[in-house]
Design a protein around this ligand. Structure first.
Ligand SMILES: C[S@@+](CC[C@H](N)C(=O)[O-])C[C@H]1O[C@@H](n2cnc3c(N)ncnc32)[C@H](O)[C@@H]1O
Length: 273
């Protein structure tokens, strides 16, 4: 089964505009892991970013590989990714994660960022194993929607308001995801029969963004999109109220005021034997 929640053009646009991507430190950690476990120091040939969405993670891989292919089932997301592709070595393919159009043993890296939880896990893991070269690496990352905001001395008050927002969104969590994504990733890590593997619980990405940008990111979440489909007025009211309460707590009148957004990634890095 393919869960299609990311197919609308407007959603894909807000994805490109607001979604956070891994930091350079996380990319460097992945490349170092790959290099550490390789048998020969040849150039890294192919990276496949599965469930690439609008490609904000895919573009970060460009400088490290001869070729990077982003794959996704959503034509709208891929159109956005293609519009913003600047490097000649990055291309995009429309295909399910469980059926990748790559030859056996062809990829140095198969990575999925904030997408593995939507896949058929067993079929995808088998497919990733098929596509990876021996000593190639599988990387599965996700980030928590419980994000932290910092602004002057009112960070505590901001995060209390955000907790109410996350609780409201939780009611619209897609049942396919189960109770906790982090446990699914950790469970996959525990069961993965690749002896060289690492689990990372806390990889923080911090970025200064306007408050409006944080709210844009919230609105791009699948929970918020589900609420908006179910009850558009409720979703708009929630977004409006939270924005105004955050501005009041910050003592500002403009939603373009910048604050520090901290996003916690976690996930696994594993090397195929
Ligand atoms: C939350 S987005 C993550 C996008 C991007 N990797 C990022 O870091 O923001 C999840 C993406 O996975 C894609 N997706 C969901 N199920 C899929 C499947 N079975 N095969 C391929 N892509 C899938 C969706 O279309 C969506 O673009």
């Amino acid at each position: 089964m393919i869960v299609r929640l990311f197919d609308e053009k407007e959603h894909a646009q807000s994805y490109w505009k607001y979604r956070i991507s891994p930091s350079q430190e996380i990319i460097d950690m992945i490349i170092n892991f790959l290099q550490k476990h390789r048998s020969s120091p040849q150039e890294l040939e192919l990276a496949v970013d599965v469930g690439c969405g609008s490609g904000q993670g895919t573009v970060l891989l460009g400088p490290h590989f001869t070729k990077v292919v982003g794959t996704d089932v959503s034509p709208a997301q891929l159109e956005m990714a293609t519009q913003h592709a600047t490097a000649h070595n990055i291309t995009y393919r429309e295909c399910p994660a469980e059926q990748l159009p790559m030859a056996d043993g062809s990829a140095d890296l198969v990575i999925s960022i904030a997408a593995f939880h939507w896949f058929d896990h067993a079929r995808f893991l088998k497919e990733a194993d098929r596509v990876l070269k021996p000593r190639g690496c599988l990387v599965l990352l996700d980030y928590s929607i419980i994000m932290e905001l910092s602004y002057g001395d009112c960070s505590h008050a901001l995060n209390d308001i955000c907790k109410e927002l996350y609780a409201a969104l939780l009611l619209y969590r897609n049942p396919y995801l189960g109770a906790n994504c982090r446990d699914r990733y950790k469970g996959t890590y525990d069961k993965l029969e690749y002896p060289d593997k690492e689990w990372h619980e806390e990889l923080w990405v911090r970025k200064t963004v306007p408050l409006s940008h944080y709210m844009g990111m919230i609105q791009s979440l699948s929970n918020y999109q589900a609420m908006q489909k179910d009850d558009p007025e409720k979703a708009n009211q929630l977004s409006h109220d939270i924005t105004h309460r955050l501005m009041r707590a910050m003592g500002v009148s403009c939603p373009e005021t910048e604050l520090l957004l901290s996003v916690r990634y976690s996930g696994l890095l594993a090397c195929k034997p």
